[in-house]
Design a protein around this ligand. Structure first.
Ligand code: NAP
Length: 248
């Protein structure tokens, strides 16, 4: 590690929280950073700071001011801006950077997935469905805008409501994982869902919907992850990240 200060964990995910917990247990100084989007976040142990840094320049200043020894970018796979900023800020300050990203979900036999590259492409894909199709969106509250022109009945499941009003014909289901297959089957049946739209977030907390859709033979529109900055070092689990931090 370079500077003598704490490890900065860019969080907002289960992996970020777990890594902070392990670092605190190992008496490694750590600061977790949260964007501050969720109204009642599950806080990790140890020091926590909340809010943006002010772009890659602001983050580079933070790294230098706090003499950060290493950065672990444990943000969500779809949080592309902070990942790009962390890459640029670490390059500028010579701070070691590791990206901790859970593995993506992969289609199993009998899955009826259509993989698309963005939320707008997912909305375009929905045009292939009848106007009376019933759609469950699990794309996060920031993703719902892409579906503003959809003609179908939509349900958006998210932890918090979107900042802007919901698009027409959209209902909100406020809920937070972990979800079970039985619970997801109940929901899909109760709402008579015809198609599920999801980002490929990966991880076990929200994977049950995919198993439930498979059991019911439902199609799923899956938004692929944005690409990572080229050349960045990536691991997909907390023990490997811990090993990198404690052996470098
Ligand atoms: P984003 O588009 O990559 O980031 C937008 C801006 O938010 C960044 O430029 C940065 O502001 C600030 N930011 C993001 N993560 C931060 C962090 N951990 N600490 C401090 N500032 C942060 O990210 P997003 O998609 O809005 O997601 C925001 C946060 O929610 C992420 O930390 C992510 O882990 C979590 N999250 C996202 C999703 C998702 O689907 N996108 C799902 C679950 C959790 P400045 O430029 O001012 O530094």
């Amino acid at each position: 590690m370079s500077g003598p200060g704490p490890v900065l964990v860019l969080g907002g995910t289960t992996e970020g929280r777990t890594l902070a917990t392990e670092l605190v247990a190992a008496a490694v100084p750590v600061v977790s950073s949260l964007a501050g989007r969720v109204s009642a976040p599950r806080l990790p142990p140890g020091a926590v700071r909340v809010g943006g840094f002010g772009g890659s320049e602001g983050l580079a200043e933070y790294l230098a001011d706090h003499r950060i020894s290493a950065v672990v970018d444990a943000t969500h796979p779809f949080a592309a801006r902070i990942t790009a900023n962390a890459n640029a800020a670490c390059a500028r300050t010579g701070t070691p950077l590791l990206v901790l990203r859970r593995a993506p979900w992969t289609a199993a036999e009998r899955d009826r997935w259509t993989i698309v590259s963005s939320l707008p492409s997912a909305a375009t894909e929905l045009d292939r469905y009848d106007a009376d199709a019933r759609v469950l969106l699990t794309v996060g509250r920031q993703g719902v805008d892409a579906f503003a022109l959809a003609s179908q009945q939509l349900w958006l499941r998210s932890v918090d409501p979107p900042d802007a009003p919901l698009p027409a014909r959209t209902e909100l289901i406020r809920d937070r994982g972990p979800f079970t297959i039985d619970g997801e089957l109940l929901l899909l049946r109760r709402l008579s869902i015809d198609v599920l739209v999801t980002k490929n977030s990966g991880g076990s907390m929200t994977a049950a919907k995919l198993a439930a859709a498979r059991q019911l033979g439902l199609p799923v529109i899956v938004v692929a992850r944005p690409p990572l900055p080229p050349g960045v070092r990536v691991v997909d689990d907390v023990p490997t990240a811990l090993n990198w931090l404690t052996s470098s």
